[in-house]
Design a protein around this ligand. Structure first.
Ligand code: C2O
Ligand code: CU
Ligand code: CU
Length: 518
């Protein structure tokens, strides 16, 4: 990847970057694959076996010069052909598709100059399969993932997770979708095949030579997070979705580093929400708009049957108070001309053909068993996590990330239900006024349920259903119910504003197996 700020880029990537830029690295895929087989644990027979590599490439994004990117490339070694789908003309990684109950092996080879590791965002996997930063591998090495899909059907995703480098690596292009299906989802009767459309929303900034521009290295920019002035959908600018006069399932992922979208239809009709991070809701919901923070997913039922052929609409992001530091005086992170909360079109929809379809919006989508707060081990005493700034760094309870460190409130017993409360009310801990920011808080390993939200906005959240990332605008606090099932070990929770994460707004939690579990 070629960046405008070469000095900072070289700092980030080290001397080996020269090899990357000239594209002189040879493929390590076959060597990695062969070595990987030896390390595969005996007795694990995968339904799906994929060789995945992170590598440097050039790809056309804007008219003119191609853009240097980093990207995931996959090769199917075993499994149904449909389980690995490459997006054409996109830096995004292949869409991996699997069914609940399937066993998946992914032999990941790092062809970057930097260390990296891959995290399966939203998937419930053992601690050593989760891509914790302590598991990073250097360039040239392979990490073999083997896990069973225990999640319900849903729109999950994958991206790198090396400490301090997640922001630049995701920004450079390393991200992909991981779609899980199951019988319940199939029975729901939703649009499928070409009518089931993944839409990854990301923002980027380019220099005059079409190369990606990241942060200039100013602390204040990192405190805000990166904001680009180009909105890309599935890696493409000025994205147009051609549709027929019928219903679609739209799966949206906010894969941006720090941009928040306040999504709405341009013509003002309500959004029909059918799913969130952890899959389908029980019943469809109508929302005038939905806030989508980095890392969050949203599934929509979009019916274009009442639109005349030839007509157009758009998904837009409505204006909101983005809570920038310095009262917006910074003009947005990264020197962006498009601050968080600016209004812009996300993508256009063009109705280009007539098609009859008998599909109607199902009134029941899935069954979700609600946790009972009375079953929580700390129901009277939620664990509190204050999202605060300290010594010019975003922290959780005043602490930043230390590789193996676990504080007392970060220990949990396996197979127990807990109430956690995230508090984004500023103040305390030596905060200065006017520095409140949104924080999308993400837990690894588990899907949780939102128990309660208190704050300013009441309409723009979809707190129903299963979540792994929850957005807190300034002044808000959210209580969630989490069950730490199945897997002992060290997992992460963090702000999914990737610049906040990289500066240490991330912590471990430790799931401890009790003797009765062992
Ligand atoms: Cu999507 Cu720890 O991340
Ligand atoms: Cu995650
Ligand atoms: Cu944050």
């Amino acid at each position: 990847m070629n960046m405008i700020n070469r000095r900072q880029f070289l700092q980030i990537t080290g001397a080996g970057a020269a090899g990357l830029i000239t594209g002189s690295m040879t493929s390590l895929l076959s060597a990695g694959g062969a070595g990987a087989a030896e390390h595969g644990s005996s007795g694990f027979t995968p339904d799906l076996d994929v060789a995945l590599k992170a590598t440097a490439d050039d790809i056309s994004i804007l008219p003119g010069d191609p853009t240097g990117v980093w990207r995931f490339q996959g090769q199917l070694l075993k499994g149904d052909r449909a389980s690995l789908v490459n997006l054409e003309r996109s830096y995004l990684g292949p869409i991996i598709r699997a069914r609940t109950g399937q066993k998946v092996r992914i032999r990941f080879t790092n062809e970057l100059a930097d260390q990296t590791i891959v995290h399966w965002h939203g998937l419930h996997v053992p601690a050593d399969m989760d891509g914790h930063p302590r598991l990073v591998i250097p360039g040239g090495e392979t990490y073999v993932y083997e896990f069973e899909i225990r999640n319900r059907a849903g729109t999950y995703w994958y991206h790198p997770h090396p400490h301090g480098l997640t922001g630049p690596q995701v920004y450079g292009g390393l991200a992909g979708l991981f779609l899980v299906s199951d019988d319940e989802e199939e029975a729901a009767g939703l649009p499928s095949g070409e009518y089931d459309i993944p839409l990854v929303l990301q923002d980027r900034a380019f220099d005059r030579n079409n190369q990606l521009v990241y942060l200039s290295g100013h602390r204040m920019e990192q405190m805000n997070g990166f904001l680009g002035d180009w909105i890309l959908v599935n890696g493409q600018p000025d994205f147009i979705l051609p549709v027929a006069t019928r219903a679609y399932r739209l799966r949206l992922l906010n894969g941006s580093n720090s941009r928040i979208y306040r999504l709405a239809w341009k013509d003002g009709g309500p959004l029909t929400v059918i799913g969130t991070d952890g899959g389908l809701l029980e019943k469809p919901l109508q929302r005038r708009y939905v806030m989508l923070g980095p890392g969050e997913r949203l599934e929509l039922w979009a019916d274009f049957s009442r639109y005349p052929v030839g007509s157009e609409t758009a998904l837009v992001s409505l204006p909101f108070d983005g809570g920038m530091m310095g009262g917006g005086m910074m003009g947005g992170g990264g020197g962006s001309v498009l601050p968080n909360g600016a209004e812009f079109p996300v993508f256009k929809v063009k109705v280009n053909r007539r098609e009859e379809s008998t599909l109607t919006l199902p009134q029941q989508l899935s069954t979700i068993k609600r946790y009972d707060p009375a079953d929580a081990v700390n129901r009277e005493d939620p664990k509190r996590f204050h999202l605060v700034m300290r010594h010019m760094a975003w922290t959780i309870n005043g602490r930043t990330f230390q590789m193996e460190q676990v504080a007392p409130e970060e220990r949990v017993a396996m197979n127990t239900l807990e109430v956690w409360e995230f508090i984004n009310e500023g103040g305390g801990m030596g905060m200065m006024g006017g520095m409140d920011m949104p924080h999308p808080i993400h837990l690894h390993g588990m899907q949780f349920q939102v128990l309660q939200r208190r704050g300013v906005m009441h309409e723009g959240y979809v707190d129903e259903g299963w979540k792994d990332t929850v957005l807190l605008m300034p002044g808000e606090r959210v209580r969630v119910l989490v069950r730490f099932g199945d897997y002992p070990g060290l997992f992460l929770y963090h702000c999914h504003n990737l610049e906040h994460e990289d500066m240490g707004m991330m912590r471990n939690y430790l799931v401890e197996a009790t003797t009765s579990d062992a």
